[in-house]
Design a protein around this ligand. Structure first.
Ligand SMILES: [Zn+2]
Ligand SMILES: [Zn+2]
Length: 183
């Protein structure tokens, strides 16, 4: 059991290693990574966004066909994402097949007309990437606004979250961890 991160080529290399380390510490699990091997389809020209459900569908095919391991997979992309019925999503997870995606397009200060800052962006990416990975491991949304599993609607709500799980969510993650070992 572990985490596998697929970095899309439009995500800057400078932030990757520190983001991986932080996610590994929060989840207390090993994190491996590689360049994203999957073409990200589902581009909608009128929206200038990619359909996150479509990408996870492709991932599901890739995963079941070629990856026989028990890793939870997270794709990190710079492409802005949407799903039907929503203007945008920061990320999306498909727990049954252990695949998820997160976009850093809206995690940059410059998206909101502010000065970019690599640390801000890395922090947000770690929170939202860990959030999607926890969905893969069976965790649901949390009402604690400081917990990683809180579902933020805005950047400010995202920034209010800490890079930790609340006690309740930590316990749920432990149940996942230990039930997996007992299998
Ligand atoms: Zn969520
Ligand atoms: Zn929580």
């Amino acid at each position: 059991m572990g985490i596998l991160i697929f970095w899309d080529n439009d995500v800057e290399r400078g932030i990757r290693e520190s983001a991986e380390k932080m996610i590994s510490v929060i989840l207390d699990m090993p994190v491996n990574s590689q360049e994203n091997p999957v073409m990200l389809r589902g581009y909608d020209r009128t929206r200038n966004q990619n359909d996150a459900s479509r990408i996870l569908g492709d991932m599901q095919d890739f995963y079941t066909r070629r990856m026989g391991c028990g890793n939870s997979i997270l794709i990190v992309t710079g492409k802005d994402l949407y799903i039907q019925g929503r203007d945008f999503v920061f990320g999306l997870a498909r727990p049954g097949v252990n695949v998820s995606i997160v976009s850093n397009a809206r995690l940059r200060n410059s998206w909101y007309g502010r000065q970019d800052n690599a640390d801000d962006m890395t922090d947000r990416l770690v929170k939202e990437g860990t959030h999607e990975l926890c969905h893969c491991m069976g965790l649901d949304h949390c009402e604690d606004p400081e917990c990683i599993m809180y579902c933020p609607q805005t950047l400010d709500e995202l920034d209010r979250k800490k890079k930790t799980l609340c006690e309740k969510c930590s316990q749920e993650l432990n149940i996942y961890r230990f039930s997996d070992l007992a299998d």
